[in-house]
Design a protein around this ligand. Sequence first.
Ligand SMILES: Cc1cc2nc3c(=O)[nH]c(=O)nc-3n(C[C@H](O)[C@H](O)[C@H](O)COP(=O)(O)O)c2cc1C
Ligand SMILES: O=C(O)C(=O)c1ccccc1
Length: 389
Amino acid sequence: MAKHWADFQYEIYLNGMTGAVPRLPTDLTRLEELTEQRLGPGPVGYVAGSAGSGSTAAANRAALDRRRIVPRMLRDVHERDLSVEVLGRRLPAPMALAPVGVLSILHPDAEPAAARAAAAHGVPYILSSASSTPMEQVAEAMGDGERWFQLYWAKDREVTRSFLHRAKAAGFTALFVTLDTPLLAWRPRDLDQAYLPFLHGVGTANYFSDPAFRAGLAKPVHEDPNAAVMHFVQMFADPAKTWPDLAFLRENWDGPIVLKGILHPDDALRAAEAGMDGVVVSNHGGRQAAGSVAAADALPRVAEAAGDRLTVLFDSGVRTGDDIVKALALGAESVLVGRPYAYGLGLDGQAGVEHVIRCLLAEFDLTLALSGHARPNTLTADDLTTASA
Ligand SMILES: Cc1cc2nc3c(=O)[nH]c(=O)nc-3n(C[C@H](O)[C@H](O)[C@H](O)COP(=O)(O)O)c2cc1C
Ligand SMILES: O=C(O)C(=O)c1ccccc1
């Protein structure tokens, strides 16, 4: 029988009979404020912050809020199955943890704790190139849990080749290539505090442990850490790349490749032509191109262009179960969640990430059923309206 994620709701009420209440709020939109109170403005500013005036992050939320579900009645939703097939894998629910770098600024247990939480619930974990823990250690922490690797496509080919080789050897099955970060955007919250995690030596673990990266340094990392950080900052991304360069990745990775940060339908077509397997419709949580289209507004056109040639995933602004319902109705096959689990980690380590996963999927299960659906793949654009009256 399929797992009922909604059982978490009864578990919470039953625990309440002995006076216990959840350690963290079940309305996940409250986590940012709590994390800021607990950890202070530097790290939380980095996580919560976005590009420019913040209007893109706000637009991501507004685009989801503007769409309303039109629930259908009397459709037998007592037995539900949330599982979906994504990139050739059967997932227990249409959700994965987005790649979020530098997690040790939030909690010393960092990426291994988030990865263990994902694995405990069968949810895929996407490890950032800019993690604070080397990929091999994260892989070991999560056992045989489903793991995907996010690539920051470096200027140096040999570093990229080495990352792909290491990721494959460590059991990462799919490659997510982030295209929206050839440069770090203008982020006023970080600029005003002059806060950049790398300059505190965080987020460079995969690079400093990499033989190809180290070969490019004049002195070993421990002898001149500042020079190593500077080398990382100038080479981790490459604004000169163009579509034909994808052939290199296709030749050096034999599993699925997904392009993250696609917002225009023509770019989805180009992804398919380049032999890619999927796209993430995303504006990086509003952290990159300031003023860009809200991810949920871009989703229907990209999904239409993708047809059945590409797997279409979505992120940027998912905070609740109904956001997942809406994203699927707009054409996504699964969502990624970023900041909410990062705050969960900051507040309560692995348990905090598990709390976020369970809340989101319980709420998704209940909202799906209350909308008249027993499975994710029966949702369509007809389940949504933008009518305000
Ligand atoms: C602190 C932070 C670090 C991030 N680091 C990465 C990264 O290393 N690689 C990447 O592809 N995306 C990164 N992202 C973007 C996320 O993968 C994702 O696109 C975004 O957080 C989704 O929006 P949400 O936070 O509203 O869920 C980061 C996001 C945050 C908040
Ligand atoms: O902060 C980010 O959004 C991000 O993607 C990033 C980029 C480089 C290193 C760490 C995170």
